[in-house]
Design a protein around this ligand. Structure first.
Ligand code: BDR
Ligand code: CA
Length: 315
């Protein structure tokens, strides 16, 4: 099997961090060309540091990490320290990573990589606001030809919003970027809250991860134990939704998910429903089908996959 080239565009964030670990544990399937970071859960100076920390913890100090956009395309930044903690990755001890920050801007890296790539060859995995990818498309529209597919975390249909009554956080932060990406004409798999709210990090599942007993699993269990607190109180659930790893899990095991091809459109004007994703699940409009919207996941299968992959890291 030839590993599929991917760029992971993220704003770590505990769940972004777990998505990175899952990808790093899967070199047979995924060839990580670079990790690009964006402002989102916490400001950019922390998301890039956190991504580099995860490379250190996973023993992948060779992976190029880039810092990207410090703010959304149009709107003022919104952060989420109240969920992720002031570091963005509360639950692990913060340290200054050895993995270097590349000199290039993330948007330049994305543009150069996609322009030089074979047509339809690179998979983009955005797990934060999609500012970097939209900025790359805006700067050089020909980048689109190099994209094979985009597997994104963002949006909500049946679940409603998590940062406003109508909107999921990543889309709320940069609705203008989401609109550009969803309409870029390439295959898009969208993991919204409808599916991420099905993969709850229950105490039993976190205990299974902790029992794996290596550094990466310990870091994962530590972060999830922190992440747990806010969401279990908010939703009255047994665990927190493990949003971002759904993207990487889909790349590894698409059979775990059910998706439906339909239109997604983003509200950009209304202050009340800003960032709402109007998912035309029942095809009641003639808007073009621009995404495969995920609506069901085998949660036990997802956690089996995560535990199996985390166990691949050395102790
Ligand atoms: C998304 O927002 C962030 O808080 C998480 O990292 C995830 O990407 C969930 O709404
Ligand atoms: Ca994220």
């Amino acid at each position: 099997m030839v590993a599929s080239p991917v760029i992971i565009d993220c704003d770590p964030g505990q769940d972004d961090a777990v998505a990175l670990f899952l990808a790093m544990a899967s070199p047979d399937e995924l060839d990580i060309l670079g990790i690009t970071t964006v402002a989102g859960n916490v400001p950019l100076e922390l998301t890039q540091r956190n991504a580099r920390m995860m490379c250190d913890i996973a023993g992948r100090k060779d992976l190029p990490v880039f810092a990207g956009c410090e703010r959304p395309l149009v709107r003022a930044p919104i952060t989420a320290e109240y969920i992720h903690g002031n570091t963005g990755i509360d639950g692990v001890d913060v340290f200054e990573p050895v993995t270097p920050l590349q000199d290039d801007h993330a948007v330049s890296f994305i543009v150069e990589t996609l322009v030089d790539a074979e047509p339809d060859s690179i998979t983009l995995v955005p797990t934060g606001p999609m500012t970097n990818i939209a900025a790359a498309i805006g700067r050089s529209p020909e980048v689109v030809k190099g994209i094979r597919q985009i597997v994104s975390m963002g949006g909500a249909m049946r679940e409603g919003g998590n940062r406003s009554p109508s909107a999921e956080f990543n889309i709320l932060v940069d609705p203008h970027a989401a609109e550009v990406v969803y309409n870029c004409g390439k295959p898009i798999i969208a993991m919204g809250l409808d599916v991420t709210h099905q993969v709850l990090s229950t105490r039993e599942r976190v205990a299974r991860i902790r029992d794996v007993g290596n550094d990466v699993a310990d870091a994962t269990a530590g972060m999830l134990s922190f992440f747990h607190r806010y969401d279990t109180k908010k939703y009255g659930s047994e665990g927190a939704p493990l949003h971002d790893p759904c993207t990487v899990a889909w790349l590894l095991r698409p059979d775990l998910f059910a998706t439906k091809r339909c239109n997604i459109s983003v509200e950009k004007d209304s202050e009340l429903t800003l960032g709402h994703t109007a998912v035309d699940f029942w095809h009641v409009t003639d808007r073009p089908h621009n995404v495969d919207w995920a609506y069901e996941v085998d949660a036990d299968g997802f956690y089996d996959l995560l535990v199996e992959r985390l166990a691949r890291f050395g102790s």
